[in-house]
Design a binder for this molecule. Structure first.
Ligand SMILES: Nc1ncnc2c1ncn2[C@@H]1O[C@H](COP(=O)(O)OP(=O)(O)OP(=O)(O)O)[C@@H](O)[C@H]1O
Ligand SMILES: [Mg+2]
Length: 243
């Protein structure tokens, strides 16, 4: 069973340099021309497949297009051309805590966030204590989120996402957000998901972690797929490129 399939996917962003709103309005036609010209191609003609239960690492330099790829899988971005096919329920661990409301408490945010991730009310209520204890935020849980540090918010976001029983787990660098003890705990959790047969797509600059966790590696370079293969095939080539 195919979980994710990219067929000739391209994604471009428009770069706008308006020089301020006034300049923009007074030079509208010129600006629109500029706007069309200044397309920035983040991904060009990408094709790959990810099967059920596969654990796939995506590696590449800063700006290569890794987060854009995950955004397309999570369907928070849509492709400019080509086709993105996704089969299954996704837990996106992308920008943890980005969807939290500052004035609501941790507990209220858990409920809201979990509902948005597709959990039912009864399953949220049965799992809320587990979410709070995994995040180790018992003391803060009834305080508004604006009192949380960024690491605390990330911990809460992670703890909610892992309770959603996903078919596909998307992880973008988020394992490095918490402190050392939370990092260890969350890495163990990811291995638990792997052992349960959850499909995992893992973006990281931590090459050792990619090597340990993944069955397959996709190396993206200059917005194209440079190499796909086992960690043994791809990682030595990747390392060579930086020598
Ligand atoms: N919203 C946006 N508007 C314009 N350009 C963008 C936007 N988001 C990303 N880009 C550009 O697209 C390219 C790919 O970005 P992306 O975030 O996918 O890179 P990445 O591989 O995740 O990099 P990193 O390792 O730094 O996280 C970059 O050159 C970036 O400047
Ligand atoms: Mg990124």
């Amino acid at each position: 069973m195919i979980r994710v399939r990219f067929s000739n996917v391209s994604k471009s962003y428009s770069l706008i340099n308006t020089g301020g709103i006034k300049t923009f309005i007074f030079n509208l036609f010129k600006q629109i021309k500029e706007y069309k010209k200044n397309k920035f191609i983040a991904l060009e003609n990408i094709s790959f497949e990810i099967k059920d239960k596969e654990v796939v690492g995506i590696i590449g330099r800063n700006g290569a297009g890794k987060s854009t790829t995950l955004g397309l899988i999570a369907q928070v971005l849509s492709p400019t051309s080509g086709e993105v096919e996704v089969n299954g329920r996704i837990a996106p661990l992308l920008e943890l805590g980005a969807g939290f409301h500052q004035d609501l408490t941790g507990r209220e945010n858990i409920i809201l966030n979990a509902l948005l991730l597709g959990m039912s009310k009864s399953s949220i209520l049965s799992k809320i204590d587990e979410i709070i204890s995994f995040a180790e935020l018992e003391e803060f849980i009834d305080q508004p989120i604006r009192m949380y540090s960024s690491g605390m918010m990330a911990r809460l976001g992670f703890s909610i996402a892992i309770q959603t029983s996903p078919d596909i787990l998307l992880i973008d660098e988020v394992l490095s957000v918490g402190d050392q003890s939370f990092q260890n705990k969350s890495k163990n959790k990811i291995f638990e998901f792997k052992n349960k047969g959850v499909t995992i797509i893992f973006v990281s600059h931590e090459i050792d972690a990619v090597e340990k966790l993944c069955d397959k590696v996709i190396w993206i370079e200059n917005h194209h797929v440079k190499l796909i293969g086992t960690p043994e095939e791809v990682i030595p080539e990747y390392k060579k490129a930086f020598e």
